[in-house]
Design a protein around this ligand. Sequence first.
Ligand code: UTP
Length: 293
Amino acid sequence: MSKKVTKAVFPVAGLGTRFLPATKAIAKEMLTVVDKPLIQYAVEEAVAAGIDTMIFITSRSKNAIMDHFDKAYELETELEAKNKTELLKILKDTVPPNVSFVFIRQAEALGLGHAVSCARPVIGDEPFAVLLADDMVEDGERGCMAQMVALYNEKQSSVLGVERVNPADTGSYGIVKTPDTAEKYAPIEVIVEKPKPADAPSNLAVVGRYILTPAIFDKLEHTGRGAGGEIQLTDGIADLLKDETVLAYEFEGTRYDCGSKLGFLIANVELALLHPELKDDFSAYLKELNKKI
Ligand code: UTP
C-alpha cells in the first residue's frame, strides 16, 4: 500500500553567517517577512500540503523557534482580558490545530545531509518532506509543497523542487540534469552540488523543497563530506538515484531566496504588496519613492 507524506523536516541548525549579526542568537528562519517569521510561512505551506508532524532540526541557543510554536499563556491571558480578539486569533493561529511539533538537536552543523539524517528516528519507514524555510515560495494558491505532494501521490517517487537560475549562479545550488520534456517534471539523470558554471550540467537548480523516500537515510549514512566540507543532501540524493527514480519538478510560484540579504528585501517588498492591510499604502509609498530614485 502506498504511504502518505505526513511528516516534514525543517533543518534550522545552520550558522546563518550571511545574516550576521542578526543571526547571532536567533535562527535565520526567525527573520520576519512583513509580519511573520520565515519558519511560519514554511509550516503553513506544510499544513496546506496535508502534513501534520513538523520536525525541526535545531541547535543550541536557537530556542526562539520552539517558543514561537508553543502556547503563549501570559500573552493570551493579557489579550483576552483586554478583549483584543483579532490579535488573540493571530496569536493562536501560529499553532495550527492537530499538528505535532518535534525538536531534534543537531549537535554540530555538519551540513544539510547530516541535519536531515538526524530526523531518521522520528520518520521511520515513510516518505517525508524537507522544507528550507529561507527559500520562500509564494504561489498564491495551494502552496509549493501541496503541488509536490500531489505529484508524489501520483508517481510514488522522490520529488525535488527545481527552478531555472542564472547560469552564472550555479555555484550556489545543487544542479540537476534531466531529459528534455514538455512536462513540468522529469527524472533526474545527474545531480551535483554547487558546480562552477563551466562544469554545471544545466541551470536547473534544486531549491529548498524535497519529498524523499526513507531510502535516503541509508545513503546519508555513507555520504562523506562534500562541497564546503559538509555532508551534503545532494550527494546522498546522487547515491539514491542509482536505485530509484527521483523527479525534478518545476513548481508554480515565485521563489524568494531569503537566505541572501537582497532576496530577503525583495520578499518583504513583494509580500507587503500582497498584504491586505498594507498593500495600498505601501504601493503609494513605493510610487512616491520611485520618483526620487
Ligand atoms: P545554508 O547553506 O543556507 O547555510 O543551509 P546556513 O548556515 O543556514 O547559512 P549561511 O550560508 O551561513 O548564511 C541550508 C539549510 O540547511 C540548514 C540551514 O539552517 C538551512 O535551512 N542546515 C545547514 C542545518 O540545519 N544544519 C547544517 O549543518 C547546515
